[in-house]
Write a protein that binds this ligand. Structure first.
Ligand code: ZN
Length: 300
């Protein structure tokens, strides 16, 4: 039986379409684990995160950690976009192998300060020989020179949390750079050194923001875990959350803007210390290069 050109054309077309479909299914399947990781923190937390995303009550132990503040909701990029970004971001594959440099150590991090609660927090950290990392807002630096100098003198790390807390994804390149540079410059004017780390407000960033941060010599630091202390301003809740979730290698996010968070961490530090944990800065705990994203599960 002779096959007409038309039939041959359609059979070729059919085979091509089928091949494209199979490839698409395979690619989707291959990339699925990466996209499913967003935005939880550590691979070993992945099972609990599934339930976190649906919980909102303070009585549940693991509320969602996908946003850093109540004022803005992080709109995740599509899974396809995340996957393609993830697969082409060199720093993410590099960071996936990142291990803590110090055993049994934890990085306590505090955002949005300094505030009226920061001095009391510094007193407690000093008492327990605990070091922390402070992600400061550039607009809060002026007027807090002595406090920031004290952070440096007492061995803490001072880092960049933008100038005025915008969602950096919504800004132009020039505006993102301005947010980062103004804060870096304000901190360097006090400490004599530009920060090496930045935390994007709301944990909201994309590959463009990462590239701009890299240009400014900054690694992006997100977190794992966080009790969403901005939402649950309750000492017992935050304290219990810390005791339950903080472990060796954790990068705990809290805000020294809340008295409840400061009270909770002051109460938790000696308990964690009794478990053998020590408290170091993010840069002491992890080797990070400009443009790196930490924890690796946040890379996108
Ligand atoms: Zn913040």
């Amino acid at each position: 039986m002779k096959i007409s050109r038309k039939e041959r054309f359609f059979s070729t077309l059919l085979v091509t379409v089928a091949a494209i479909l199979v490839t698409a299914v395979l690619v989707t399947w291959a990339l699925k684990p990466a996209s499913n990781q967003f935005p939880h923190e550590t691979p070993d937390d992945s099972s609990s995160f599934t339930s976190q995303t649906t919980s909102s009550s303070p009585t549940t132990s693991t509320p969602t950690e996908s946003q850093e503040s109540e004022t803005t909701t992080v709109a995740p990029t599509t899974e396809a976009t995340q996957s393609s970004i993830k697969s082409t971001t060199a720093s993410s594959s590099k960071s996936s192998a990142r291990k803590p440099k110090i055993k049994n150590a934890v990085a306590l991090t505090f955002d949005d300060g300094p505030t009226k609660h920061t001095a009391r927090l510094l007193d407690a950290l000093k008492k327990h020989n605990a070091k922390a990392t402070f992600f400061l807002l550039g607009k809060n630096v002026a007027g807090n020179k002595a406090l920031i100098q004290r952070m440096i003198d007492e061995g803490h790390e001072v880092a960049n949390h933008s100038y005025s807390h915008p969602d950096l994804r919504n800004l132009s390149d020039a505006e993102v750079l301005s947010q980062l540079r103004k804060t870096n410059d304000a901190i360097a004017a006090i400490t004599g050194e530009k920060p090496k780390l930045m935390r994007p407000p709301y944990g909201a960033f994309n590959r463009r923001v990462t590239g701009l941060a890299k240009q400014e010599g900054l690694a992006l630091i997100c977190w794992t875990p966080s009790p969403n202390d901005w939402k649950y301003q309750d000492v017992d809740y935050v304290y219990n959350y810390i005791l339950k979730h903080v472990k060796a290698g954790s990068t705990l996010l809290l805000h020294d803007t809340y008295k409840t968070s400061v009270d909770a961490v002051i109460k938790a530090i000696p308990v964690l210390a009794k478990r053998g944990l020590t408290f170091v800065t993010v840069s002491e705990l992890y080797d990070l290069e400009p443009g790196d994203v930490h924890p690796a599960s946040w890379a996108r």
